[in-house]
Design a protein around this ligand. Structure first.
Ligand code: SAM
Length: 210
């Protein structure tokens, strides 16, 4: 057993609602956050206790509903571009009666964010959508993040190819190039304290300084 398998073996079984969504994701090949990254994401949410969360990339609302469970009083806005995913997420949010606290927006996240009025602010952002667009998401959401607010971006090591771009198959070259640009930009950005945690597929954790 390696360390990751060991950690996975220690994680408590998901609640029934989450097992149901995990089964759906497996059967329909919907990518959702891996369990170890999820545990860290939820710990960060619990530590920060945000009032307003933005999620970029809802899929079936698996991570959305988990964040809601971690901080039930927070308002969550989540954006999904794919029409089918949006419909499934809407159904799941309604089925678990969470529509009062979770606002689901259908659209391209970059365009949706760019239309946000300046007074729309968040104290926690989870980026988990098109990997090539991470820099655009980060730059457009940064002005809406309050001082001390947190931005978490998943998959920033993308299948380990980000550290070893020469190993990446041709179809992943653009994603890898863009994620490398994203990682460098964020780590050098003086408006944020950032840390890249080699957890799961790589989690970039940034805290706004000003
Ligand atoms: C990895 S999945 C999200 C998984 C989800 N956060 C979870 O862990 O349960 C990525 C999702 O982002 C969506 N997506 C991709 N590009 C997008 C964009 N430009 N705007 C909004 N959503 C996008 C995809 O349709 C997909 O459902």
């Amino acid at each position: 057993m390696d360390s990751l398998q060991y950690i996975a073996s220690l994680i408590a079984k998901s609640p029934a609602w989450a097992q149901d969504l995990e089964k759906f994701a497996r059967e329909h090949r919907v990518p959702i956050i891996d369990q170890i990254s999820l545990q860290l994401l939820l710990q960060l949410v619990r530590l920060k206790r945000p009032e307003r969360i933005l999620e970029i990339g809802t899929a079936i609302a698996y991570s959305t509903l988990h964040m809601h469970e971690a901080v039930p009083d927070a308002y969550i806005t989540t954006i999904e571009k794919n029409e089918k995913m949006y419909a499934i997420a809407a159904k799941n949010i309604a089925r678990f009666k969470k529509s009062e606290r979770i606002e689901l927006i259908h659209g391209d996240a970059a365009e949706v964010i760019e239309r946000f009025p300046p007074e729309k602010t968040f104290d926690f952002v989870f980026i988990d959508a098109a990997k090539s667009q991470y820099l655009r998401y980060f730059q457009s959401i940064a002005p809406h993040v309050l001082k001390g607010g947190v931005i978490v971006a998943d998959n920033v090591l993308f299948k380990q190819f980000v550290a070893q771009p020469e190993e990446a198959p041709k179809r992943f070259k653009t994603i890898v190039k863009n994620l490398r640009m994203f990682n460098e930009y964020v780590m050098k950005n003086e408006d944020f304290h950032s840390s890249l945690a080699p957890v799961g597929d790589g989690l970039m954790i940034s805290i706004k300084r000003t």
